[in-house]
Ligand binder design. Sequence first.
Ligand code: S3P
Length: 448
Amino acid sequence: MSAHDTPIPMVARRSGPLKGEAQIPGDKSISHRALILGALSVGETHVTGLLEGQDVLDTASAMRAFGATVTQLGQGEWRVQGVGVGGFAEPAQVIDCGNSGTGVRLIMGAMATTPISATFTGDASLNKRPMARITDPLALFGARAVGRQGGRLPMTLVGAAEPVPVRYTLPMPSAQVKSAVLLAGLNAPGETVVIEPEATRDHTERMLRGFGAEVTVEETDEGRVITLKGQPELLGQRVAVPRDPSSAAFPVCAALLVPGSEITVPGVSRNPTRDGLYVTLLEMGADIVFENPRIEGGEPVADLRVRSSPGLQGVETPPERAASMIDEFPVLSVVAALAGGTTVMRGVKELRVKESDRIDAMARGLEACGVRIEEDADTLIVHGMASVPGGATVESRLDHRIAMAFLVLGLVSERPVTVDDGGPIATSFPLFEPLMAGLGAAISRANG
Ligand code: S3P
């Protein structure tokens, strides 16, 4: 289902120091996976800290449509009664994944080796995104997809009746593609192997092991070789979802930029396949201290103490770091606009096929706010300045992270920054507005 129908314009104004504790919601990637693996398991999965953003709620509805029983027990607390590997039933309705590329791609993988068919659709953003990256490898298992021209949703996937295992080298660094292949491999006999030349987020591998699958990972000259033994019996688990480092990025970057700020952000995932933004911010001179490092829910986490950092300097982010911060480039571009010198983001072409073309969305929005940028197919360059004029209305293009990034910019620009539609924020960070307001950020509905 779409997150919203009527645009919600929002405005951010120059703010006083941000102070206090930011309780970040659950990790979106891990929340999707907890529901999907719970649905593919025998018995009961109990999830705490689930992100109740629209993207994840759409995945919960999809799992019900495939036959699992998914129940909300309390805030962030959910129970999934699974149907077991190969146990998905054919849904009676079209599966609407809303805005979520992760949702639709992982679910298509999860059903591709079961002899049922399902039709998938999404909102205007999702229905523009490329699906051949999923349907090509799923065809190797024996699944068939018919979609719109160019491999777009709406699309019907017919699962393989006699699936064969697959050995697949990822043509692009994508955890969604890797995960779709691994989830399809669950119901294929023998070993399914995914080779990733560049490491991407590894939550699927970690969680598959946690649910009882045999998964091995080898570092080789070709890259990470991930081998899954097919047709395991997955058993329901307790999953404690850690807080989302991609959502934490917004208050963290805001606190770095707004003079006099000091905030704490407890329990944020520090998974090395997700922490590229934090590595980059430290290189730029950010004052971030990682306290109480520990393991929670199978993921490394720490409490962050963040202080405003007036002397940030531009850096170059290397292509091999891009996957570990792929969702954080919009907000990094905002930090870069206020850092000394130039920030060069290399190897970022995957940003062109996110909820929006994020290179174009950031470039046009930053220009409208008075920031000089350069771009090519695979690179974004931001020229920093001592003070950003702002005073523009930018398009969020159905993209939550574009909306939140520009609202962070408005907190430190000379004149307010308006985003034409903050509605998409509800897909990943429904409590963004009250959380930021609680820290002292002047963000509000533009008409309110
Ligand atoms: C995700 C993978 C990334 C990321 C997305 C979540 C995941 O997408 O941008 O927000 O949960 O696997 P790609 O795999 O397309 O890079």
